[in-house]
Design a binder for this molecule. Structure first.
Ligand SMILES: Cc1ncc(COP(=O)(O)O)c(C=O)c1O
Length: 464
């Protein structure tokens, strides 16, 4: 890893960084817990699949930044493209009558990669606002079609779609405890988690139940009032949940039957994580009306997201008599668009999605071997999108007391051994760069086995 060239005005030591950091309000964190000295980890440099903390520890980045550094850290092809872009055109917007070649080229490239007639790209800066925008655009679409009552959104328990006021409302209600959210717009369907919710049923029966639940909800609300269904092909931040076989196609069929638009939130699943640029068609054989992307589209080197819609939706919202009153200043920022183009070029040149299709399976299979450990209830996910659920009792799938914070205990242990993993209550999430070698995959497997076993052996007797 190269030495950092930090400006001398930046805090250098861990203590100095943490003192400055007292002013930074962390996201999605127990802010009270962070008041403990050294509860935070400062990452100061990164290269390839490795990051370095402010104490000089080298760690495998098992979470790819935040499900996003798909091509690995420090790729000069992307960094140079950003720098060259800024030297030529630092900023211009894609508002009003303006555009610029980099955003235009990225829009064309995304249209080429996205399945079917998803040919129109609206840029934004985060997955949250790409999802928020998808719903706004559909509301406007139905207004223009003379169906102004079509406003409701179907989402699911277990979903994560972001944390703007609307995208948190589309996220699982469990994440809104003590917080307000947009009320009256979103209805949550059952969580499609067979292992936990499908007791005494075959997988096919469980799928029937989920489809029946959706049909019942549509009939109850009235399809004339429903604009869209939104779903991640594999749920990520709600616990890495892979719906049962055949589910996606049947949900899409219901949407078509009732004139409900189908939004696939591919913020995590696109750009190689499951072995393809887009997972909707290639993995789940669905053709959404809108796909939203963020994260892997630039591998996290710049903030950029997109709401990719069909020609049909675009034709309606671009019709006469009305202005498209939606968009954010930095949407399609030249530096972010340059990062997106360079990232995709790199992925194509090195066949990163195709290779992730192979190494991702090795990663998945390596993690699945952890299921023989007593406190591992389920290892789930696909390719480079994996979750490990811990249980106090395997047979009954009983969870540990939440106060024990089992995921955090294992994550801390793994970090001491050189791996960053993400705790989520009783689950541990792994979403590494797609460029991991087989040797690094084996190392991650070893660290996880040791960490989980040590935590299990150190648990107080009354916890087991
Ligand atoms: C599936 C999914 N959708 C949307 C989002 C929100 O993206 P952002 O944090 O860029 O707003 C995330 C973030 O993790 C996500 O995983």
């Amino acid at each position: 890893m190269e030495e950092m060239h930090m400006s001398s005005t930046l805090p250098q030591t861990t203590d100095d960084i943490l003192a400055a950091d007292a002013h930074l309000v962390q996201s999605w964190a127990d802010l009270n817990g962070l008041k403990e000295p050294h509860a935070r980890t400062a990452i100061v440099a990164a290269k390839g699949v490795m990051v370095r903390d402010s104490n000089g520890h080298e760690l495998i980045d098992g979470i790819g930044g935040l499900w996003c550094v798909n091509v690995g850290h420090g790729r000069h092809e992307i960094i140079d493209a950003i720098s060259n872009q800024l030297s030529t055109l630092d900023f211009y917007s894609t508002f009003y009558t303006f555009t610029h070649p980099t955003a235009a080229a990225l829009a064309r490239k995304l249209a080429e990669l996205a399945p079917g007639n998803l040919n129109r790209v609206h840029f934004s800066t985060s997955g949250s606002d790409a999802n928020d925008g998808a719903v706004r655009i559909l509301h406007h679409y139905y207004e223009r079609l003379g169906k102004p009552s079509k406003k409701l959104v179907l989402s699911r328990h277990g979903a994560y779609h972001g944390s703007t006021y609307l995208s948190i409302a589309m996220t699982t209600p469990a994440y809104s405890k003590g917080w307000s959210k947009a009320e009256g717009i979103v209805h949550h369907l059952k969580k499609p988690h067979y292992w936990r919710e499908g007791a005494n049923m075959t997988e096919a029966e469980f799928t029937d139940l989920l489809v029946a639940d959706m049909r019942h909800e549509i009939e109850r609300l009235g399809s004339e009032n429903i604009a869209c269904f939104i779903g991640e092909p594999i749920m990520g931040a709600g616990g890495v949940i892979v719906p049962p076989k055949g589910y996606h196609k049947r949900i899409q069929a219901l949407c078509r039957e009732y004139d409900i638009k189908f939004i696939a939130d591919e913020v995590v699943t696109a750009f190689g994580r499951l072995g393809h640029f887009f997972a909707s068609k290639a993995v789940f054989d669905t053709q959404p009306d809108i796909i939203t992307v963020a994260k892997g589209v630039t591998s996290g080197y710049q903030p950029l997201a997109a709401t990719i819609m069909t020609d049909e939706i675009y034709d309606v919202v671009s019709g006469p008599d009305g202005v498209f009153t939606h968009g954010m200043t930095y949407a399609g920022h030249p530096a972010a668009a340059a990062a997106g183009l360079a990232n995709i070029a790199l992925m194509e040149a090195e066949q990163i999605p195709e290779r992730a299709g192979v190494t991702g399976k090795i990663f998945e299979n390596t993690l699945r071997t952890l299921e023989d450990i007593d406190i591992v209830g389920e290892v789930r996910g696909s390719h480079f999108m994996m979750g490990i659920e811990f249980v106090r009792d395997k047979a009954s799938k009983t969870l540990f007391d939440t106060k024990l914070n089992i995921g955090m205990l294992v994550a801390r242990k793994a970090q001491e051994k050189g791996l960053v993993a993400r705790p989520l209550g009783h689950i541990l999430i792994l979403s590494p760069p797609l460029t991991l070698s087989e040797e690094q995959i084996a190392k991650i497997g070893g660290i996880l086995r040791e960490s989980i076993t040590e935590v299990m052996n150190e648990l107080p007797k009354n916890c087991r």
